[in-house]
Design a binder for this molecule. Structure first.
Ligand code: PLP
Length: 406
């Protein structure tokens, strides 16, 4: 039996938490599938998915049982020892992708940190210290560590923390000529999100990713795909690179990989992986048995033809209805994205007001996301039931009606 717990409410956040977040006014306490209940017992439909994390919704029986089974067996041993769930998970990822080796960590930022360090290490070993430049894209997002905000390059995330990591440049997204002009024999890696998630759900063009692949080959640079948001079924393929048919040298994964349990992974080839020899990189928790047991269960469910085909079907359902709502209320001009990563681009009249849409949806009992100030983002569970999609979009339409009539 656990000890009785002191009551807490939203106001406590401002008393005891570092104020780097501004959470909503209600506190979720329980979830099942695509529904969430708050402290007062109010029920909400969840189209936010914990920012593209709760890939199988809340309290999915397969994940609950994987976690509780492992919780009764072994929680942690450190990387001084390996463990069965980590090895099983690595096998699964290697079998399902281009990769031959996996490195586990605890977040997307750490997966990218490992990817960037590996790319620099490979170039250093093969070509010497001059070849260390990383090319990223404008408005990209790769996490919040100092290296990853430097690579992301957005001043709002990277300014004011002292000197940044140097040797990084930024070129406009989806602009092959700009990349061609920037890449050189000093470039060690090009990093691209196959769909820019945080800054507006902007899918790459196939020709752009193909061209980037060719430019990297010509300049002995590695192509890194940041699939932290696009990976693990989100696009209707296990990873977005498979959707595009362009294979990276290094891929980072996190978010959906753990379905809500923290885990990240960097995937790569054997020839590259060997540059991270014993002692060159590490993490205490990375590859933790609890996280890996859950991620194994996530992959077992997600990487099936039924679930992946379902993502494509549900995309159509969302898109058709959202386009209708957007047009009827003059709220947005475009519905874009792939699979169940969908962005509604606000019309001129509503530009900058994604937060208002978020608030209006919440009042109707619906959780959505922003992707910057101009885009409303949907990243629901991949197994969200059709009835929940209909009910959630009814709520969204009521929010749109109220908002545009006010
Ligand atoms: C969320 C995200 C990250 C950062 O992941 P964290 O787990 O928050 O560190 C990195 N890259 C992309 C594309 C993301 O969407």
């Amino acid at each position: 039996m656990s000890a009785p717990q002191a009551p807490v409410q939203r106001a406590d956040f401002d008393q005891v938490m570092v104020p780097n977040y501004a959470p909503a006014a209600f506190i979720p306490v329980r979830g099942a599938g695509s529904r969430v209940w708050d402290q007062s017992g109010r029920e909400l439909i969840d189209f936010a998915g914990g920012i593209a994390v709760n890939v199988l919704g809340h309290a999915h029986p397969a994940l609950v049982s994987a976690l509780t089974e492992q919780a009764n067996k072994l929680w942690h041993v450190s990387n001084v020892f390996t463990n069965e769930p980590a090895l099983r998970l690595a096998h699964k990822l290697v079998d399902a992708t281009f990769a031959e080796r996996a490195f586990f960590c605890n977040s997307g930022a750490e997966a990218n940190e490992a990817a960037f360090k590996l790319a620099r290490r490979v170039a250093h070993d093969r070509f010497g210290p001059e070849k260390h430049e990383i090319i990223a894209t404008v408005n990209s997002f790769h996490g919040r560590t100092l290296f990853t905000v430097s690579v992301g390059g957005q001043p709002k995330y990277s300014d004011g923390f002292g000197p940044k990591i140097t040797g990084i440049s930024h070129v406009p997204y989806n602009d092959l000529e700009a990349l061609k002009a920037q890449i050189s024999d000093k470039t060690c890696a090009v990093v691209i999100e196959p769909i820019q998630g945080e800054s507006g759900v902007v899918p790459a063009d196939v020709a752009y990713l193909q061209g980037a692949r060719e430019l990297c080959n010509q300049h002995n640079a590695l192509l890194i795909f940041d699939e932290v948001q696009t990976g693990v079924g989100r696009t209707g393929e296990l990873f977005a690179y498979q959707h595009y048919g362009v294979t990276p040298d290094i891929l980072s994964s996190a978010k959906s990989l753990g379905g809500g349990f923290p885990i990240g992974a960097m995937l790569t080839t054997e020839a590259l992986a060997k540059h991270l020899a014993v002692g060159t990189h590490g993490t205490t928790y990375g590859g933790n048995p609890l996280a890996c047991a859950v991620a194994n269960a996530v992959l077992d469910v997600v990487n099936t033809p039924e679930v992946l085909a379902g993502v494509k079907a549900k995309h159509q359902k969302f898109k058709a209805r959202l386009e209708q709502i957007g047009e009827k209320y003059g709220l947005f001009t475009q519905v874009r994205g792939v699979g169940l990563l969908i962005g509604c681009v606000l019309s001129d009249a509503w530009k900058g007001k994604a937060k208002d849409v978020f608030n209006a949806a919440e009042k109707e009992g619906l959780m959505v996301l922003q992707a910057g100030p101009d885009v409303v983002r949907f990243a629901p569970s991949l197994v969200v039931e059709d009835a929940d999609i209909d009910e959630g979009l009814d709520r969204f339409e009521r929010a749109a009606a109220t908002l545009t009539q006010a």
